[in-house]
Design a protein around this ligand. Sequence first.
Ligand SMILES: [Zn+2]
Length: 558
Amino acid sequence: MVEEFFELFKTPWEFYRPGRAYDVVVASADEVSEVGTKLLVVYGSAAKSIDGRIGIVAGGRQQCAILSDGNISLPIYGDLLTFENSNNGTSCVTAGSQIAGVRVEVRDSAVIRLGYDLFDQVRFLLSTGQPIEHAHIPTLDIHIRMLRDWILNEGIPLLEIPPTPAGHSFAVCLTHDIDFVGIRNHKFDHTMWGFVYRATVGAVVNLFRGRISMGQLVKCWRAVPSLPLVYAGWAKDFWEPFEWYLEVEKGLATTYFLIPFKGRAGEQVPGAHASWRAVAYEVDDLSHWTGRLKAAGCELGVHGIDAWHSAEKGRAELAKIAEISGESNIGIRMHWLLRDANTISVLEQSGYSYDSTMGYNETIGYRSGTAQVFRPLSAKTLLEIPLHIQDGALFYPQRLDLSEAEAEKRCQALIDNAGEFGGVLTLLWHDRSHGPERFWGDFYLRLVQQLKSSDSWFATASQAAGWFRKRREMRFEWLADGNGVRTILASEGEKNLPLLNLRVYRPSIARDDVRPSSSATPTLVDIPWDGRTAVEFDSSLSRISDLPVAMSASEISR
Ligand SMILES: [Zn+2]
């Protein structure tokens, strides 16, 4: 958990070794010995041996509290310890009217004591995930920002590899789960009757609710009687997805998750309508399209049926898509987003390189509290690309049921967060959403335009995972004299990905002048880095040399 946290907050660190000098020590143990450091951050909801020594008095306990540090709300899962007001320290985090974090000055160092365990929070977020009511909060990304701010506020310089490809503020994954391919595959089944109802009665209701225009109502009413012609092959199938998406996403990297086997509802599917999960097409029926998609640079992934609970079936689903895509790195998103506690291990056994199921059907936001690609705690190599925005959650009457204006506001908040925190913003637009009776195509078009006008990097899911893998392959080595650090790229991995950024924060004022209320913002320098040299920084994070990697490798082995 600690290791994963410092893959997400990627900065030089190591497990504490007595006798070594550190700028910052982060502790969650109950016994915290005297450590000579500029900043000691102590996390935990249990009493700590250090509390008495620095005059901190524990107050009451809260469950599932909401923290605030002035401008943010941050849910804490599980126990929170609060502290009594004392003149010994200053409150830096509150929970309602209670103090949840205190900063105390001890001789010439600072201690920040928080009433929760950061690493318990990480465990909860990356495994269970946030409840729907907190979906909109990038909780884990805020934890990282808080720790970074505390370090910088003490006037300590910081080296970080941010989750932002060089030259971009964040990455975008446009993804499509292909569940239908067309209405042609649905003659007199529940899908067709559902459409007929929604495109006639439902469309009138939606007109009165202001959700569709008169023109769209007319389109619905034309679509229904055209069904026999569509079935006969004489009229265009208005649900056909690929032509439309290829046009809208021209030149942008896109990922399609395709069903490997038709007619399979899957085993262990919960709910009353489990049989509805069966899909009427399979990837073999799409030979005309899969070639065109590949030629357009799109990625083909697995839209999994049984892979979430059976490694044997997971392997068969993977093999089916790999045969058609011709790629060795295959990713997956589960149909209906089904998953359980074992899913990640099962997927890893099946050989998937990434999963992108961690999201919500009910709402949009951050199930894992982050937009970063991460390694789930039960995985060895598999990465999770969290899913953030999906069409059905925004617009279905039984989900958020938003108007386009409201949906735009919600999406904009996530885009703003991506600009601030980096990571990958993952969108899911389903295959028949552009056509009648949904008409969610214009909204999607505007959303894509909005993202194109930002400085985001459009990546296929596999490219996004590859970039984050490269970032994980980036290691820090301490210089031999202990006064500095060197960055090395352990393995380059996939080529043709954006560079990593070496970000150096340098405090603008000397540490002696710093007080917790200091508003002096540190200067920030980004150094795009291709990994071909080992870059050395001294202890004040001035860049002292660039060594060819081969040379630094031999030096390191010495
Ligand atoms: Zn699906």
